[in-house]
Design a protein. Structure first.
Length: 280
């Protein structure tokens, strides 16, 4: 691996990755940005509000979600990547399919975010190695349609760390440079609320594996259940304050980046955490 490939973005603080869902069925904002022009405009707004990079996805990975065809996923996501790449900020393609990732990289994406950690498509990691771009490897126990049925752990922190260390080893074995590997504990993916809280509480253990760590807690159901009133979870669109609190905690624990649906408050929170860390 040469050093001529795309470097991993660094800023001396936790970064903010803004989510651009180009899907009709995502849990948080499905359908709002399915139009390419609307999605590009939304991405630009996330940047204006302080996002450091953007993550574009054309397949919902909410619990129970079915899968679009490869062509539908590509047709949703790639034009948006192309439109946002002109901003000059890093754009990640959120996909488990190497064909979609390749098309997005050809249109200006500079990173691949694979929620399967390279397990869903055996061609993904070799392609990433060939293109010399950063890759996010997430803890994954299977497809979205039935992943919550797999949420059984003895020691969730140890099991997630072991799994991610193995996925990092697999990436290294294909020729991906260690400096371009990011790990993601996969909050909400095959995990119940208690698993998510345990992972956040012990985020330092994951950071100690030696790779940058991405945390994606934004608006997820474990925040809704925490804030429930009268046995009703807090609605998705009323979880931003809790998301910001997790952002600050993750940043203070050494996360490389947080993945969020709205960027302004999290952009403030990572800077507060950085200043607090310098004075502690």
């Amino acid at each position: 691996m040469t050093e001529s490939g795309t470097p991993l973005l660094r800023a001396g603080r936790c970064l903010v990755m803004g989510v651009v869902n180009v899907t009709p069925d995502s849990f948080s904002d499905g359908g709002r940005w399915v139009d390419t022009a609307a999605a590009v405009s939304h991405g630009a707004a996330l940047l204006d509000d302080g996002a450091d990079m953007l993550d574009v996805g054309g397949e919902s990975t909410r619990p129970g979600a079915g899968r679009p065809s490869v062509s539908d996923e590509r047709d949703r996501a790639v034009p948006v990547v192309n439109g946002l790449a002109t901003t000059g900020v890093p754009v990640s393609i959120d996909t488990t399919r190497s064909d979609v990732a390749q098309a997005a990289l050809d249109c200006g994406a500079s990173m691949v975010n694979d929620v399967s950690g390279g397990l869903a498509d055996p061609r993904m990691l070799p392609m990433v190695a060939e293109r010399a771009v950063p890759v996010v490897l997430m803890h994954w126990r299977g497809p979205s349609v039935d992943m919550q049925q797999r949420a059984q752990y003895g020691d969730v922190v140890a099991e997630v760390c072991d799994h991610l260390a193995a996925r990092a080893d697999a990436a290294l074995a294909t020729g991906i440079d260690s400096a371009r590997i990011v790990l993601d504990p996969g909050l909400g993916f095959g995990k119940r609320a208690e698993h998510n809280w345990a992972l956040l509480h012990r985020l330092d253990t994951l950071v100690e594996l030696g790779f940058p760590v991405l945390v994606g807690a934004s608006r997820k159901s474990f925040l809704g259940s925490l804030l429930a009133t009268d046995d009703e979870d807090r609605p998705v669109n009323q979880r931003e304050d809790a998301t910001t609190a997790v952002t600050a905690l993750a940043a203070a624990a050494g996360a490389w980046a947080v993945r969020v649906h709205e960027s302004r408050a999290s952009a403030d929170a990572v800077r507060v955490a950085a200043s607090w860390g310098r004075r502690s």
